[in-house]
Design a protein around this ligand. Structure first.
Ligand code: TXA
Ligand code: MG
Length: 348
């Protein structure tokens, strides 16, 4: 199959809407990451997503809408969920609600709940409006790769597998949406993102955090969000996180890099903008300012992809405090590193 990569003009949007109505797949930009869309009520079309991504069938998808009236056919809403929609939609928040029977099992992986989101990216909204269908869309990466934050990333993963990629520039947030479950006794964040726990609590009161956000699932522990079960976001090289005081971390990065290169590894560091100069001999990848976790979120996945392109095999990274958007960054970075962490003060 030939994959077209087109700027999101009105002609390209019309073509995309036709393909989706036809049961085919289209990749499109959202404010979080690029999505790989299919007609959500067409089980056959949805199965195509799993095939193109190489995604396990027991990992459910998010249904994207442009108008809340579409929810009637998809899920049962409750008052607290409506307050969240009022506050954060359109935007990077996915809400888990009880499903309706019309939603194919392929979308929900057979669960009795379904994930719904109204994205804010103008191209995503224009596409949803043009086809006037609910669109099931996971991130448009091959399963196990970092989510794509540009059309080029999607092309690298999906060339030959899907007919069309709409180019809408770089994703703004850079990490996938916050996923909140509204089916339990208390709201629970299953995946942290740009909409933070504090922002959610300001609207619906106390919100729980799923246990496995900053650690691997324990043996026998059930994932609240099936996506958490899978190895995620790992570059081909081995990532190690370095914690500690600023000075100690910079010194440790220099030592660890020098040691690894001395052993013949292709080694590099992921560091804050403020430390690039001090680490200029350590093949630094600038992850953004230490005072701006939003910028780190924006750059993280592109950086992880660059490490693979450069065939780095040993990577040492700085960390951000796991608060606010920093929690979402550390959830992804932690998984990229398989939670391997070293204290800077312990590095000789
Ligand atoms: O920002 C985003 O959310 C992007 C853009 C394209 O919208 N989409 C995205 O989809 O990240 P995906 O499939 O890569 O991640 C969806 C996550 C998975 O971890 C999945 O397990 C979880 O949401 N999920 C979906 N339906 C669920 C359900 N009914 N119950 C619990 N978790 C669910
Ligand atoms: Mg994904």
């Amino acid at each position: 199959m030939k994959t077209q990569l087109l700027p999101a003009t009105s002609e390209a949007l019309a073509l995309a809407a036709r393909l989706l109505t036809d049961g085919q797949l289209v990749a499109f930009p959202t404010e979080t990451v690029y999505g790989l869309g299919a007609h959500a009520m067409d089980a056959q079309a949805v199965r195509g997503i799993f095939e193109a991504k190489g995604r396990p069938g027991d990992n459910p998808l998010i249904v994207h809408i442009h108008d809340r009236s579409q929810l009637d056919a998809i899920c049962t809403v409750n008052d607290a969920a409506i307050r969240l929609m009022d506050a954060f939609w359109p935007g990077p928040l996915t809400i888990i609600l009880p499903r309706k029977a019309a939603v194919p099992d392929a979308v929900t992986a057979g669960l009795d709940t379904v994930a719904v989101r109204m994205p804010s990216h103008p191209v995503a909204l224009a596409l949803l409006q043009a086809c006037n269908l609910p669109i099931a869309a996971p991130s448009a990466n091959r399963s196990g790769k970092p989510s794509p934050t540009s059309a080029r990333h999607v092309f690298d993963d999906m060339d030959g597998r899907i007919p069309l990629i709409l180019d809408g520039g770089e994703s703004d947030v850079g990490l996938e949406s916050t996923v909140i479950s509204m089916v339990g006794e208390r709201p629970c964040i299953l995946r942290p993102g740009g909409v933070t726990q504090a922002m959610l609590e300001a609207v619906v009161g106390p919100v729980d955090l799923a246990g496995s956000i900053l650690r691997p699932l324990e043996k026998g522990e059930k994932a609240l969000s099936p996506g958490m079960m899978y190895k995620h976001y790992s570059p081909d090289g081995q990532v190690t996180l370095i914690e500690g005081s600023e000075r100690a971390v910079v010194q440790a990065l220099r030592r660890l890099h020098s040691h690894a290169s001395g052993e013949g590894h292709r080694a590099c560091v992921m560091c804050f903008t403020e430390h690039v100069e001090a680490l200029r001999d350590c093949h630094p990848h600038d992850i953004g300012s230490k005072d701006d976790p939003t910028e780190v979120a924006h750059r993280l996945f592109a950086t992880l992809r660059a490490l693979d392109e450069e065939k780095m095999d040993v990577i040492f990274s700085e960390v951000v405090p796991p608060e606010g958007v920093g929690l979402a960054v550390m959830n992804r970075l932690g998984r990229a590193a398989a939670f391997r962490t070293v204290r800077a003060e312990d590095v000789e």
